[in-house]
Design a binder for this molecule. Structure first.
Ligand SMILES: [Fe+2]
Ligand SMILES: [Fe+2]
Length: 170
């Protein structure tokens, strides 16, 4: 097991879930709600799992990859992105499923998530692949997967202050 593979794979699944919404019958509100609820839980537990287990380990490296000068820069950015994703997911979850406003909010969540995944893959995952040993990558994958499975029914998403998060975990 490897946390960088696991996260990358789950990003693919997230893209696929959004793609499913593209082709789903737009008048099947019950179906749309079911798809969205599951995707919202997935996005939230994925982000929370990263913040609990992956980023603290990334911060210990204090390196940086691609267009990020340091791990703290990468992580501060990532937590900021997660807050944006959480806000967009929350917004969509409060709207009437299938309405124009709901589709707009879902698109906002998708844009925030797409932007974030690209950066996370290019910086954070690349950094960890290059600098973390295989045992660490394995151990974090185990913690991350257990957390997500234990919370498969959903969590109460909490925004974090990016600077305070980096300070607390450095
Ligand atoms: Fe991610
Ligand atoms: Fe993330």
């Amino acid at each position: 097991m490897d946390i960088t593979d696991e996260i990358l794979h789950q990003h693919g699944e997230q893209r696929r879930h959004f793609a499913l919404l593209d082709e789903f019958p737009r008048d099947d509100v019950e179906g749309l709600a079911a798809l969205w609820n599951r995707l919202a839980i997935f996005l939230e537990t994925h982000a929370e799992g990263e913040e609990r287990f992956f980023y603290p380990a990334l911060l210990k490296l204090e390196t940086g990859a691609a267009d990020a000068d340091s791990a703290s820069e990468e992580v501060e950015d990532a937590v900021k992105d997660h807050n944006e994703i959480r806000d967009a997911v929350r917004k969509a979850s409060e709207l009437e499923v299938g309405s124009d406003a709901w589709w707009e909010a879902v698109t906002e969540a998708r844009i925030a998530n797409d932007d974030h995944m690209a950066e996370e893959e290019r910086q954070d995952l690349a950094d960890f692949r290059r600098h973390a040993d295989l045992q660490t990558r394995h151990d974090i994958a185990v913690q991350f997967i257990v957390y997500e499975n234990q919370h498969a029914r959903g969590i109460r998403p909490v925004d974090r202050d990016p600077e305070a998060y980096v300070e607390e975990n450095s």
